[in-house]
Design a protein around this ligand. Structure first.
Ligand SMILES: Nc1nc2c(c(=O)[nH]1)N[C@H]1C(S)=C(S)[C@@H](COP(=O)(O)OP(=O)(O)OC[C@H]3O[C@@H](n4cnc5c(=O)[nH]c(N)nc54)[C@H](O)[C@@H]3O)O[C@H]1N2
Ligand SMILES: Nc1nc2c(c(=O)[nH]1)N[C@H]1C(S)=C(S)[C@@H](COP(=O)(O)OP(=O)(O)OC[C@H]3O[C@@H](n4cnc5c(=O)[nH]c(N)nc54)[C@H](O)[C@@H]3O)O[C@H]1N2
Ligand SMILES: [Mo]
Length: 751
C-alpha cells in the first residue's frame, strides 16, 4: 500500500491522527515522520478544550517500533504456550487457519469454533466486523458474550431506564455544584479526552467534590475536599444508608419520585426496615462498608440539598459480585435527589462510564454496523440459554449469544459433559489478550492447551500470542486508516495512516479479506479502506472530508451540553422512559417475574462471595481489587520501556497490613489464594485502606517453572464466577500477602 495518508515515504512531514487506544481518550497526535519513519509525536496545543494526549499516546513511537512486535506470520514449533515459533509465509498461515476451520467444522459442527474478540483500539473499520462477516459467511462460529467492563452497570441501566444510553456529555459537569467521584478516577482512566479538564473547570467554579473509594486516588488528591474510604463490594449498603437519611429527614424530591418513577414505596419499605426489620441506617452501613456513619449522613444531606449534583457512580464498584445492586441503588438515589434530566446532574446509569462511543450524537452508518462493514447471518449462533441472557439479549443483542466469555475456559475444559452446549475445539483470538485479561488465568491456560487449534491475531508477542499455533501479525493504527468517535464528547476523529505497515503485518480488515478468500469468499467488502472511512465521516455530519483528513478531528457543535432524559423530565406525557411502565423503574416487574437469584426487583444490599465475612477470609484475609493502570491501556503498552520507567507493577498495600507482615516498601512479596500465586513488588502506602490490596491488572503473565507468576498479572487470582446478570466480578477476590523469606529472595527476578 503506497498511498499513505499524505502520500509520503520520503522526506519530512507531520501527519495528524487520533490515538484511539482503549482508554476512551481519542486524542490528537501530530506525528513527525522522516523518510517513512516516525521520529517524534506531539499533541494538541491549540484552543481549550484540547484533545491532549497522555503519556501513552505520546509514547506510541516506541510501541510501533517495539522489539516484541510480531512482524511476520508464524507457526508454533515448541509446546503450545512456550513461545517458540518459526516464520512462515502469509499463504501458509492463512491456508492452515482455513484448513483447520474446515476440518473442525466438518468434524464437530461450526459451533465448535469460538471467535474470541474484544476491542483493541476504539475505532470502527479494523475491528471485529470483518472477521465476524468472514467466519459467518463461511459456515459460522460460536461468538462470546459478556462485557468485562460495565456489564452490571449496563444491566442496571436497562432495568431502571430501559436503555443503555444514560450519559450527559462530559462538558455538562461544569454545571454541577457537587460531584461525587464514586469509584471514579478520571485523572487516570480518561474516558473522554477532557473529563478531568471539565472536573477542574467545575472545581474552579466552586463545585464541591467528594471521593468515595478504597483508595485515595490522584483524582481525589487533585480535586476532592474529602475522601470517604469504603470497602470494595459494599457500595450498595452506603447508598442505601444515604437513601435512609434522605427518607428519614424528608429530604428527597417527592414530586420527582411521584412523577417519574415506579415502586418507590417498595424500596422505602426495604430501606426503612419495614420489609425485613433492618433499617438501613448509616450505622448499619458503617459496619458493612467501613465508611464512618457521620460521613455517610453528611454526604446524604449534601447530595439531597446541593443542586444540581452529579453522582458519578463509576463502573469499577460494579465490577463485583452483585454489582448490579450498587448501580441500581445509585440510579435510585439520583432520582430521589431529582438529578436526572437536568444540567449539572447525572442519571448515574452506566455503560463504559455511561459513554458509549459516539453517543449521544447521531452515529450514522456506524449505528447500523457497530463494528465494521456489516454482519452476515451466522448459522452457528445460538442465543445463550440463561434466563438473564435471554432477557438482556432481547434488548441488546450483542449482550447474549454464544458462550459467556468469562466461562469460556471452563466450557472448553468441561464441554457437553460439564453441562455446556458445545465441545469447543478451535479458537480464533483477535483484539484480545485473553490470557492476561480474563479471570482465573490458570484455567484459561489449561483451556488453551486443551484445544485442537489456536489462531491468534496480534501486534505483540503477548502471553496470549505465545499460545498460538498460527500467529497472524496485525499492524497498529499508525499503519492504516480508520474512523473513531469521542467518548462523552461530540467529536469524531480520522485515524490517518502515517507510515507503511511494518514487516509483513497487515490491517485487521486486510487479514479478514484475505482469510475470506481462503474460505471461498472472493469479495468480503466492495469498497476500499479510504472509501469506507469517508463514508463513516459522511454519515456523521462531517462537512469537509479533505479538511477532516488533514486535521484528523472534527468537533460537532452542540448548542448546549447534552443532557440525557431532558425530554422525559420536561414533558413526561409525551416522552415516556423506554421501560415497560414508561417510568424509571425503582421496582422492576420484569425482574420480579424472572425471579433471578441475586437480582431482586428493587435494589438490595447482598453480601458478596469472598467478602471479608466469608469463612475463607480466615485463610485469605485481604480483599484484592485490580484497577486499570496509568501506564497501560488494559494490558496494552505493558512492555513499552518509556512507560515502564514511570512506575513499576506493584501490589498496593496499606502501611498497617504491611507492618503486620513485616513488609517494607519496595520489597518483593507473594500474593496468593487457592487459584494462583504471584511474586510482585509491594508498594506500601497510606493511600489504600487496611484490609484491601490493589494489583493493577494488565501486567503480562510470566510464569516460572512452578507456575508462579513473576509478571504480576492480577488474573492469576481472580475468579470466573459471574454476577447474576452475567457481569464480571473482578473486584471480588480474597488473597493473602506474605513477605518472601531471605531464602526466596535470592531467586527473585525484578521487573
Ligand atoms: N490509564 C488507563 N485508562 C483506562 C484504562 C486503562 O487500562 N488504563 N482502561 C479503560 C477501560 S477499558 C475501562 S473499562 C475503564 C475502567 O475504568 P474504571 O473501572 O473506573 O477504572 P478502575 O481503575 O478499575 O477503578 C476506578 C476506581 O474505582 C475504585 N474501586 C475499585 N473497586 C471499588 C469498589 O468496590 N467500590 C468503590 N467505591 N470503588 C472501587 C478503584 O480504587 C479506582 O480508584 O478505564 C478505561 N481507561
Ligand atoms: N483483573 C481484571 N481483569 C480485567 C479487568 C479488570 O478490571 N480486572 N478489566 C477488563 C476490561 S474493562 C477490559 S475492557 C478487558 C480488555 O481485555 P482485552 O481487550 O483482552 O485487553 P487488551 O489488553 O486491550 O488486549 C487487546 C490485545 O489485542 C491486540 N491487538 C490485536 N489487534 C489489535 C489492533 O488492531 N489494535 C490494538 N490496539 N490492539 C490489537 C493488542 O496487542 C492486545 O494484546 O480486560 C478486562 N480484564
Ligand atoms: Mo473495559
Amino acid at each position: 500500500m503506497s498511498d499513505t495518508a499524505n502520500g509520503l515515504t520520503k522526506g519530512k512531514k507531520v501527519v495528524s491522527t487520533v490515538c484511539a487506544s482503549h482508554c476512551g481518550g481519542s486524542c490528537l497526535l501530530k506525528v513527525h515522520v522522516k523518510d517513512g519513519v516516525i521520529i517524534r509525536i506531539e499533541t494538541d496545543d491549540g484552543e481549550e478544550p484540547q484533545l491532549r494526549a497522555c503519556w501513552r499516546g505520546r509514547a506510541y513511537r516506541q510501541r510501533v517500533y517495539a522489539k516484541d512486535r510480531v512482524l511476520y506470520p508464524m507457526k508454533r514449533i515448541g509446546e503450545r504456550g512456550e513461545g517458540k515459533f518459526e516464520r512462515i509465509s502469509w499463504d501458509e498461515a492463512l491456508n492452515t487457519v482455513a484448513e483447520q476451520l474446515k476440518q473442525v467444522r466438518d468434524t464437530y459442527g461450526p459451533e465448535a469454533v469460538v471467535l474470541m474478540m474484544v476491542t483493541g483500539d476504539v475505532h470502527f473499520l479494523h475491528q471485529r466486523g470483518p472477521l465476524i462477516k468472514a467466519l459467518s459467511l463461511s459456515g459460522g462460529f460460536t461468538p462470546v458474550w459478556g462485557i468485562t467492563s460495565f456489564h452490571q452497570g449496563l444491566s442496571a441501566s436497562l432495568c431502571n431506564y430501559g436503555t443503555i444510553h444514560t450519559a450527559n456529555t462530559r462538558n455538562d459537569l461544569v454545571n454541577s455544584r457537587l460531584i461525587i467521584m464514586w469509584g471514579w478516577d478520571p485523572a487516570k482512566t480518561i474516558m473522554g479526552a477532557n473529563t478531568s479538564w471539565y472536573v477542574a473547570r467545575s472545581r474552579e467554579a466552586g463545585c464541591r467534590i467528594i471521593s468515595v473509594d478504597p483508595q485515595y486516588t490522584n483524582s481525589a488528591a487533585t480535586f476532592a475536599e474529602q475522601w470517604i474510604p469504603i470497602r470494595p463490594g459494599t457500595d450498595c449498603a452506603m447508598l442505601l444508608a444515604m437513601a435512609y437519611v434522605m427518607i428519614n429527614e424528608k429530604l428527597y424530591d417527592k414530586n420527582f419520585i411521584n412523577t417519574y418513577t415506579t415502586g418507590f414505596d417498595k424500596f422505602e419499605n426495604y430501606v426503612t426496615g419495614k420489609e425485613d426489620g433492618i433499617p438501613k441506617t448509616p450505622s448499619w452501613a458503617e459496619e458493612i462498608t467501613g465508611a464512618p456513619a457521620s460521613s455517610i449522613e453528611k454526604l446524604a444531606k449534601m447530595y439531597a440539598t446541593i443542586k444540581p449534583a452529579a453522582l458519578m457512580a463509576g463502573i469499577s464498584p460494579g465490577r463485583t459480585a452483585y454489582g448490579e445492586q450498587y448501580h441500581r441503588a445509585a440510579i435510585t438515589l439520583a432520582a430521589m435527589a431529582g438529578n436526572v434530566g437536568v444540567h449539572g446532574g447525572d442519571a448515574a446509569g452506566r455503560a463504559w462510564e455511561s459513554c458509549f462511543p459516539g453517543y449521544p450524537y447521531k452515529m450514522g452508518f456506524i449505528e447500523a454496523t457497530f463494528a465494521g462493514p456489516g454482519f452476515a447471518p451466522n448459522p452457528a449462533e445460538k442465543p445463550a440459554h440463561e434466563k438473564v441472557a435471554a432477557y438482556f439479549g432481547k434488548k441488546v443483542p450483542f449482550l447474549a449469544s454464544g458462550i459467556h466469555c468469562s466461562k469460556l475456559a471452563d466450557a472448553i475444559l468441561k464441554g457437553k459433559a460439564g453441562g455446556y452446549p458445545v465441545d469447543y475445539k478451535m479458537i480464533y483470538i483477535a483484539y484480545s489478550n485473553y490470557v492476561t485479561q480474563w479471570p482465573d488465568l490458570n484455567k484459561v491456560v489449561k483451556a488453551l492447551k486443551a484445544l485442537e487449534f489456536v489462531a491468534v491475531q496480534e501486534q505483540f508477542m503477548t502471553p496470549t500470542a505465545k499460545f498460538a499455533d498460527i500467529l497472524l501479525p496485525v499492524n497498529t493504527y499508525m499503519e492504516r486508516n480508520d474512523f473513531t468517535v469521542g467518548v462523552g464528547e461530540a467529536f469524531v476523529g480520522r485515524i490517518n495512516q502515517v507510515i507503511e505497515p511494518l514487516g509483513e503485518s497487515k490491517s485487521g480488515l486486510q487479514i479478514a479479506i484475505e482469510l475470506a478468500k481462503y474460505l471461498g469468499i472472493d469479495k468480503l467488502v466492495d469498497k476500499d479502506e479510504q472509501e469506507m472511512v469517508d463514508e463513516y465521516a459522511q454519515g456523521n455530519m462531517v462537512p469537509d472530508l479533505e479538511k477532516f483528513k488533514k486535521e484528523a478531528t472534527y468537533k460537532i457543535k452542540l448548542s448546549e451540553p447534552y443532557v440525557v432524559f431532558k425530554d422525559q423530565i420536561k414533558d413526561p406525557a409525551n416522552n415516556p422512559f423506554p421501560t415497560p411502565s414508561g417510568k424509571i423503574e425503582i421496582y422492576s416487574q420484569e425482574l420480579a417475574e424472572m425471579n433471578i437469584p441475586g437480582f431482586p426487583p428493587i435494589p438490595k444490599y447482598i453480601e458478596t462471595w469472598e467478602s471479608r465475612k466469608d469463612p475463607l477470609a480466615r485463610k485469605y484475609p485481604l480483599q484484592m481489587i485490580n484497577t486499570h493502570f496509568r501506564r497501560r491501556s488494559l494490558s496494552q503498552f505493558d512492555s513499552i520501556p518509556w512507560l515502564r520507567e514511570l512506575e513499576y507493577q506493584p501490589v498496593l498495600i496499606s502501611s498497617e497490613d504491611a507492618r503486620a507482615r513485616n513488609i517494607a516498601d519496595g520489597e518483593m512479596v507473594r500474593v496468593f489464594n487457592d487459584r494462583g500465586e504471584m511474586v510482585i513488588r509491594a508498594r506500601v502506602t497510606e493511600r489504600i485502606i487496611p484490609g484491601v490490596v490493589d494489583v493493577p491488572h494488565g501486567a503480562w503473565y510470566d510464569p516460572d517453572k512452578k507456575g508462579v507468576d513473576r509478571g504480576g498479572c492480577a488474573n492469576m487470582l481472580t475468579s470466573d464466577e459471574l454476577s447474576p446478570s452475567g457481569g464480571f466480578a473482578y473486584n471480588t477476590v480474597l488473597v493473602q500477602v506474605e513477605k518472601i523469606s531471605d531464602h526466596g529472595r535470592a531467586q527473585i527476578r525484578t521487573v
